[in-house]
Design a protein around this ligand. Structure first.
Ligand SMILES: [Zn+2]
Length: 106
């Protein structure tokens, strides 16, 4: 049975996990990204050290944004600076909470 738990929340971002399915979901307004536990930790490892200013682009509206590829071809995430900060803060918190859950439930 599916029992999703909220393991992180920052700004518009929420991260949930289900220990039964071993799935992590990242919720961001209209976007929902699903990962297996191992896909999630790979994604966190790959994106951990990225610096917003190194990837700066300008959106059609003239905003400073960064476009981040997802594991799914042709789907990319677009972040403003604040959204970027919240996203990675939420991923870091989620990773930390996963470790806590692992210690408690193993
Ligand atoms: Zn489940």
């Amino acid at each position: 049975m599916c029992k999703p738990t909220v393991i992180a929340r920052k700004g518009n971002i929420a991260v949930t996990q289900c220990v039964n399915c071993k799935m992590v979901n990242i919720w961001n307004k209209a976007v929902l990204i699903s990962f297996t536990f191992s896909q999630f930790s790979s994604f966190v490892d790959l994106t951990n050290d990225l610096d917003f200013d190194d990837y700066l682009e300008t959106s059609p509206d003239g905003l400073e944004i960064v476009v981040l590829a997802t594991p799914y071809p042709d789907i990319s995430l677009v972040f403003t600076r604040v959204e970027w900060h919240n996203f990675f803060a939420a991923l870091a918190e989620a990773t930390y909470m996963q470790e806590i859950y692992r210690m408690v439930h193993s």
